[in-house]
Every structure is written in structure tokens, then in C-alpha cells.
Unconditional design. Structure first.
Length: 399
């Protein structure tokens, strides 16, 4: 989520938007690059950005402070465009990249119950997040960006694409789907695979429609925060380029469970959705610029996730546009909390949410091209580092 919030600010050349998440050193370098980009009337796009895997490579907890180092395997197509969205530089296709991020905080810092900076709240006083240029809260004057009250990004480095698995480290998949269903049913007597598959179809069609309308509000409640920010970033990129995805004659032909994890923290249920549609992109004049109107079959693997211990309820939930906690009409904050009862609706603590969507990897087998060939404006080098990556779900190349 930190990534998406930072990257959205970078793509909009909005230094103020990224201030809460970066320490002084990283922010100074990135904001300077933003100033240069604005002066040159250009901005950076990382098209089809998604994580193919991530791994915690190091964690330190000492009397002086705490840090966590995360490696991201990424796939995206790097571009630089001008203010008129004319392409200045382009990798040409999706390529594999990787980055290593370090998150740090002081030894005395504790996780903010109000969600902290990613929830647009001061982690010290809880007020709406408003920072001065020096990173202090406008309300309580606490320093938010020095790691004393919340995690901040203190380093970003380029890395080699490793090929880490996206599988959960907190549970093992059942040997067969039948055994997985049995485990879920043993823990949740009201769980029904048939009912679940019906909800999958509803979510699939609703989210595809929301994607094509470039408005995720209708599907926000059953998307994990990571999935939501991934799709939002992609839609903003499409809108900035004056493009829109269209899916005509969409139909679902089959839904098949292929992997079930009854984990220690989350239950993951992955289904393979076989569908068909005419899938193409149009520009602002509705002229087709990619694809055509031929209906073709396609397959996507959708992973739905919820917390262990959550039981199936007969009450209306997220797919019925109802908060599963308080019953109010769904109205969510940036990170998926109910505006009425503050419940974390999209966290999986109440209902299944879409956490990951996989398609065949369309990227080449290489690790990408030299930064010198891309140009500084694409990768936003920060003292030899690249600002990018994401702490989120794996999503498809097309999304």
C-alpha cells in the first residue's frame, strides 16, 4: 500500500502526496526528480505493474531501531510521456525488474491502531494526516517521517529478478481440492462450495464491469487493499493516456477450484475462471487502438482470502453492498474501513475478498534492459536507487 500511494504521487508529479511515506533522504531525492520532471513537462508511467513475488530478506530489531528489508520481483513496461501524453521513451513490452526496499522505525515505535499514514491518519495523535514540509503533523507537531511513530521507507535499491514464489508462507495447500474443502467445512460448517462459486461469478462480473467503466466503487468492498490499489493505479494510467478497456459479450463458462490453503492466519481459495469476451481498448474517440471485436476464450486464476476463524454468515455482506460488521450501506475509507463502524471490511476479517489474480506471464525471460537505455525519467533513480515496487497482491499483466 505504501508503494501504491508513493507511486501514484510520483506519476502525478505530486511531491506532497508522497511525503508521509519516505524519510528525509529518500524524499529529498524523489522530490527533486519530480521538480525536474515538471520542469521538463514529462512524467513516468510503469504500465501493467505487478508483483510476481516478494520475500523478507532481512529483519533487525535492536535497541537503536527496527528495520525490515523486502525484495520485490516485478513486471512492468516503463514509459516516459509528456504533458500531452505523447511517448518520449518506451521499453516496448512488459519486462522483469526487481527492487529491494528497507522500511525502518525507532525501537519505541508501535503499530498504530488507527492505521497510521497509509490510513491518512497521524500515527501519533490520530488526526487527519496533514504534514508540514518538514514531515511534522500539523495538529500535534509529531515528526511522522523520521520513523519515531510509524514505518518509513529509508532505502530503495535495484536488485535482480529472483523468481520468488507468490505462495503464502503462512500455510500449505491441501493435497487435493476435495481435502481443502473438507478442511474449510470442518472449520466452518456452513461453508458451501456451490454458494462460494456463485459469489465468485458475481464478483468476477462486477469487477470486470467496474474495470471497463474505470470506476471501482462498485467492487471496492470485495477487493483487498492491495488489489484495489493495483487496479486503481492501472486505471489512472489508462485514463492519463486517454484509453479505456472494453469487454463485449462477456460470459463465464466454468469456475473450478484449483488450490485451497487452510492456513494459520488466512484461508486462500483459488479458482480458475474460464470465460470469453471480445477484449479491446479504445481511445477517447472510441476508436479501437488494441485488440478487436472477436470473442475469444481466456482463463484467469482468482484467489479469494479471508481470516482463519471467520464463519459463513447468512447475513448480507460485501457483495450485497452491505458492511458485514454493522449492516450499513458500504462506504469505505482509502484502506477499506467502514466509515460508520471503522471495521476493516476489505481485510478478510469478515468476508472473502479478492487478493490476487493471475494470468500467464507475458514478460520475457530476461531481467530487463539497462537503466541507461530507459532514461532517468522512467525509473526515477534516487542516488542509484529506483523508486518503485509494491507491497501487495500479484495481479495479471492486463490489470
Amino acid at each position: 500500500m505504501t508503494f501504491f500511494l508513493v507511486k501514484r504521487g510520483v506519476q502525478k508529479n505530486d511531491a506532497a502526496a508522497i511525503r508521509p511515506y519516505l524519510n528525509d533522504g529518500v524524499f529529498g531525492a524523489v522530490s527533486q526528480n519530480i521538480v525536474q520532471s515538471k520542469a521538463q513537462h514529462r512524467h513516468t508511467l510503469l504500465e501493467s505493474l505487478n508483483v510476481r513475488g516478494l520475500a523478507v530478506e532481512d529483519a533487525q530489531c535492536t535497541a537503536q531501531g527496527q528495520s525490515i528489508q523486502v525484495h520485490f520481483d516485478l513486471v512492468y513496461r516503463a514509459k516516459t510521456v509528456d504533458d500531452a501524453n505523447q511517448t518520449l521513451a518506451d521499453e516496448g513490452q512488459d519486462r522483469r525488474h526487481a527492487e529491494r526496499w528497507t522500511f525502518s522505525r525507532s525501537a519505541a515505535a508501535r503499530t498504530a491502531v488507527n492505521g497510521g499514514v497509509i490510513a491518512s491518519r497521524c500515527p501519533s495523535c490520530g488526526a487527519e494526516l496533514r504534514l508540514s514540509a518538514d514531515g511534522t503533523c500539523a495538529h500535534c507537531k509529531a515528526s511522522v517521517t523520521n520513523g519515531s511513530v510509524d514505518w518509513v521507507v529509508t532505502d530503495v535499491q535495484p536488485a535482480a529478478f529472483v523468481g520468488y514464489s507468490g505462495d503464502s508462507a503462512l500455510g500449505l495447500a491441501a493435497p487435493t481440492t476435495a481435502e481443502g474443502v473438507a478442511l474449510l467445512t470442518a472449520a466452518d460448517k456452513d461453508f458451501s462450495l456451490g454458494v462460494f462459486e456463485g459469489r465468485v461469478k458475481t464478483a468476477f462480473l462486477a469487477l470486470q464491469d467496474a474495470w471497463c467503466k474505470q470506476n471501482l466503487d462498485a467492487g471496492r468492498a470485495f477487493m483487498s487493499p492491495g488489489a484495489y490499489f493495483t487496479w486503481s493505479a492501472q486505471l489512472e494510467t489508462l485514463a492519463a493516456e486517454g484509453r479505456r478497456n472494453v469487454m463485449e459479450n462477456l460470459s463465464v463458462r466454468a469456475i473450478e477450484p484449483i488450490r485451497i490453503v487452510h492456513g494459520r492466519v488466512f484461508d486462500d481459495l483459488t479458482v480458475r475462471i474460464t470465460a470469453a469476451a471480445a477484449d479491446f481498448e479504445v481511445d477517447q474517440s472510441n476508436k479501437i487502438v488494441f485488440g478487436d471485436r472477436s470473442v475469444r476464450p481466456f482463463m484467469e486464476d482468482w484467489t479469494f482470502q479471508r481470516s482463519v476463524g471467520v464463519a459463513t454468515s447468512n447475513k448480507p455482506g460485501t457483495l450485497e453492498n452491505t458492511c458485514p460488521s454493522c449492516g450499513a450501506p458500504v462506504s469505505l475509507t482509502q484502506i477499506g474501513e467502514c466509515r460508520y463502524c471503522k471495521a476493516a471490511v476489505t481485510s478478510g476479517k469478515f468476508d472473502w475478498v479478492v487478493s490476487r489474480i493471475d494470468q500467464e506471464d507475458g514478460a520475457g525471460s530476461g531481467t530487463g534492459i539497462s537503466l541507461d537505455n530507459i532514461g532517468q525519467g522512467i525509473a526515477l533513480q534516487v542516488g542509484g536507487a529506483i523508486v518503485g515496487g509494491l507491497l501487495s497482491s500479484l495481479l495479471s499483466n492486463r490489470r
